[in-house]
Design a protein around this ligand. Sequence first.
Ligand SMILES: O=C(O)CCC(=O)C(=O)O
Length: 344
Amino acid sequence: MSKSRFSKDQMKAWRRDGAVVIPDFFTPEEVAAVVADFEAVFGKPEHAGEELNKKGEGVVGRFHPSQFKDIQPIPIDCSPALNLIGVHPALIAFAKQALETDDVRVYQCQSWAKFTGDSDYDQPFHTDFSNHTLTVPSEDAAKNSITILCYFSDVTDAHGAMHFVTRPDANSVGADPELSLSRDPVVHAKLQTDLVPLTRSSASTAGTAIPYTIDIYHRGTNLTAPKGHRYALMTCFRKAHDDAIQFTAWAFHHTKPWQKIFENATTEQLAVFGVPRPGDPFWTETTIARAQMRYPGWDLTPYRKALAKKKPAKRKAAARKNARRVMPAKRKVARKAAKRKRAA
Ligand SMILES: O=C(O)CCC(=O)C(=O)O
């Protein structure tokens, strides 16, 4: 078995603090392949310039659409490296342990390039629950979801390292997650002032993973390094069957190059997108044939093998049931033809 990419202590830290920085999560080879895709998709960082500072005096930061300009959710028209890094088996393993389940779904996965001067990337401290659920975060971290921010370039504080406040630290100043919804400027200003002294930086090297969760105060920070860039990916997991957590409805984006994912993912990686695993009753000879038509390059061997292993009697019964369900019109025509033949 391959060595775990995170330790028990790092998992404990995530549970206690709500965020943890895990350097060297990805190998240098994985990082290099993903960087090549970032450069192909977003262009080499040559256009990056000098720091842009649009903040008023004493303001921590504000949200601005230009901060989100270079976000591309998967699938992306590039190699499998960037398309599949957000469902790396080690990320799935972390999410399963963190959420105390053996079945998770990926519900957001987006690459995000930032370049010095393209925006003032400084944001206010905020929590993410408001666009991941229609309700509020549970006090039990395993009942929420997990976001994992992954760095594919070296990220210092001058390269826009994400800043965060641990859950115990936020609790110590009464910064409950729902305060980030307040529109009251006094409440907002006090929240920022309370959190600034408790800030921790996620600055780290390329290949770092930073799992955090939806009740944790954090903020994007500005890129101040001349000609600097930051290549990152955000991937979010929820428990399978947890309807409370949402972001991307994958099939809504059906015109994107899904073959990049289907032709290169393992069955377990596909399962986190909601594709039934081999052996699932969903897979019949008909559904396998239909799936093959939709994705001609997808190797469905594991699904075929699992179907072949099913007891012949069970398979026959399933095939009969399936035929009744999917081809009633065809059967009706055949019955009528037989009747006509008998009558003739
Ligand atoms: O990019 C980052 O470092 C964090 C961004 C963030 O927190 C957000 O946009 O909600």
